[in-house]
Design a protein around this ligand. Structure first.
Ligand SMILES: [Zn+2]
Length: 373
């Protein structure tokens, strides 16, 4: 019995020592920050103003361009609302979570404090040993997707010649199916519209940038002057690939005319380097996502695959996260208009789009945010 007790005690002590040895030292936040941690989309954030107070950082926030310039001694950090991309003394870095602007307050991920601020600066008041350690979270993941259902309300989008089918109605049905399938995979979905409401294009981009979402997928139905044009296309932001893409770009952006002028102007004061970098980074990821969605639709042989294309759609241009726009068939073609009215076709289309997104998610998580292209 005595031996049994000793063996038991030895095992407990060994396990305790092993546990201590494998435990990584925890990063601790300054108490004034710990008390204002906000959970956004399952991740810990702190208000940028509180962070600057705690570390004595000189911060310039431009609410119009949604950029912040932080100065800590010789280090300059530039942040962009809605984006994961930052510049540290002009060098590009990628945050594991995006900067979020919500309820008029700018929030930065706690991981940003740990990875970027803490190594170069100490808080004005040192953290007390009592301060709660910050949990480690798997952050390079695809957790939330913004689904942007095209058009709505007074903006019908394209209208079929045969049966008068409206793009806004088909896009909404398809978006709801995509949403349900993504939620089955435990991905959170934010719908820009889930009923027949008109949402101006600038508002759509703002919703995406304030969401802390990982991807933006815009759902549209195509149309052409040529009744014989058919097929599926997936777009990401770059110069228009060809005349058709240019015409489509003009059509999809024409909804801006319905938005009123106030929101449409965007600043030229935006930190140009940060903006260019965000575009370049997001373009790589968007192109990869577009390719995987096209491949997946092609496997289902639902419609002719016209492949990945590029154009300067407003919503893609003004969204600071990887963004694609799918055009799921031509409503102007009699056969495809009939297909788009068929709920079973839309089910299969939704499955194909979601399969493409899931492949991207898997690849993104395996490479911790690095792209293969
Ligand atoms: Zn459209």
């Amino acid at each position: 019995m005595e031996i049994f007790k000793k063996v038991f005690l030895f095992a407990v002590v060994t396990l305790f020592i092993a546990g201590c040895a494998t435990q990584a030292p925890h990063f601790r936040l300054e108490p004034s920050l710990t008390s204002c941690i906000r959970n956004i989309d399952g991740f810990q954030y702190v208000p940028l103003t509180k962070l600057c107070d705690a570390y004595g950082i000189n911060c310039n926030w431009d609410s119009f361009t949604k950029t912040a310039c932080l100065k800590l001694g010789a280090t300059n950090v530039a942040l962009l609302g809605g984006s994961r991309n930052i510049l540290v003394n002009g060098n590009a870095k990628k945050l594991d979570r995006p900067v979020v602007i919500t309820d008029g307050t700018v929030f930065v991920p706690v991981s940003f404090v740990k990875s970027t601020i803490a190594p170069i600066s100490s808080p004005v008041k040192a953290p007390t040993p009592m301060a709660a350690p910050i949990e480690e979270q798997k952050a390079f993941t695809i957790k939330t997707i913004v689904l942007d259902t095209g058009h709505g309300g007074k903006d019908a989008g394209a209208v079929g010649r045969g049966r008068g089918t409206k793009e806004k109605d088909v896009a909404l049905q398809l978006a709801k199916k995509v949403k349900a399938l993504l939620e089955d995979e435990r991905i959170r979905v934010m719908m820009v519209r889930s009923d027949d409401t008109f949402i101006p294009l600038p508002k759509r981009a703002d919703i995406a940038n304030a969401s802390a979402a990982d991807l933006f997928v815009s759902i549209h139905i195509n149309a052409s002057f040529s009744r014989t044009t058919r097929g599926f296309e997936c777009y990401y932001l770059s110069d228009a690939t060809d005349d058709n893409a240019r015409a489509l770009e003009a059509f999809e952006n024409s909804s801006l005319k319905l938005s009123g002028d106030a929101d449409v102007q965007h600043s030229t004061r935006l930190d140009k380097t940060l903006w260019d970098m965000t575009l370049t980074e997001n373009r790589k990821e968007s192109g990869e996502l577009a390719g995987l969605i096209c491949q997946s639709v092609d496997e289902n042989q639902l419609v002719k695959n016209n492949g990945v294309k590029t154009a300067r759609f407003y919503v893609l241009k003004h969204t600071h996260i990887p963004s694609v726009l799918v055009e799921t068939g031509y409503i102007s073609n009699r056969i495809e208009e009939m297909k788009l009215r068929d709920p079973e076709f839309l089910n299969k289309m939704a499955e194909a789009i979601v399969r493409g997104i899931l492949r991207y998610k898997k690849r993104y998580e395996a490479t911790e945010g690095f792209t293969n292209v």
